[in-house]
Unconditional design. Sequence first.
Length: 261
Amino acid sequence: MASNPLIALPVAALERLRFALGQGALSYGVSESSLQKAVPELPAASVTHLVHLASNGWSAAQLADLVEAIGEARDTRLRETHLFDLVISGPEHQSVPTRDTAAAYRELVQGARREIILASFAIYNGKEIFLPLVERMQECPDLKIALYLDIPRSRNDTTLPEQLVATYRHDFVTKQWPSGPLPQLYYHKPSLESDWKLRASMHAKVIIADRERAFVSSANLTKAAHSKNIEVGTLIESPNLASRLADYFEGIRDDGLFAEF
């Protein structure tokens, strides 16, 4: 058979079938009549499939193990849908649900209690984009916020790295940050390499809240990315994965790839 019809069975039917095969009436033998009597809601395709397996030497215990494995696989799939959620923003399409990238960003920021880590390749309209961060800092004075940023250098630019960093910081403070205390700012040192062959970008777009939740997206910290671009990201509800992301950024920072400015 091309596919297993047992996969589509409701959870209650799977559990009843597993019990009947393992300990109940079906443990003594599997036939069309015994299946219909033990689990009346079984579709005909499932009955035919089970009888086919039994006629090919599968014991009731083996069939019970098969049904249990199908149930466990379904549980894993259901847990994954609770761990991950797609955030697709852009023009709406009637057959595919979309979700506002800006809303996902605000959700993480407003729910953070201890720490927010952000990484972005580009920043525009920062006074608007960062306003939820400032408001959350005012609500939670102990909240720690770290930004990992890319300071660009054009291919033939010979400006000293110190000057580029100073200019970027001045523009960030005066043009991008709304007001109040600044977060911790880190820049990606390889982005400022004078030799373009050694230059590398910090291209990640990540938000991590309390090392419990994370948003990994194509969206930069820009108004366009948050409101009109087509952007695709994943919202992750996993302390294990969120902590791995946070540890990675802090680890490569400690290795010298980022410097505070």
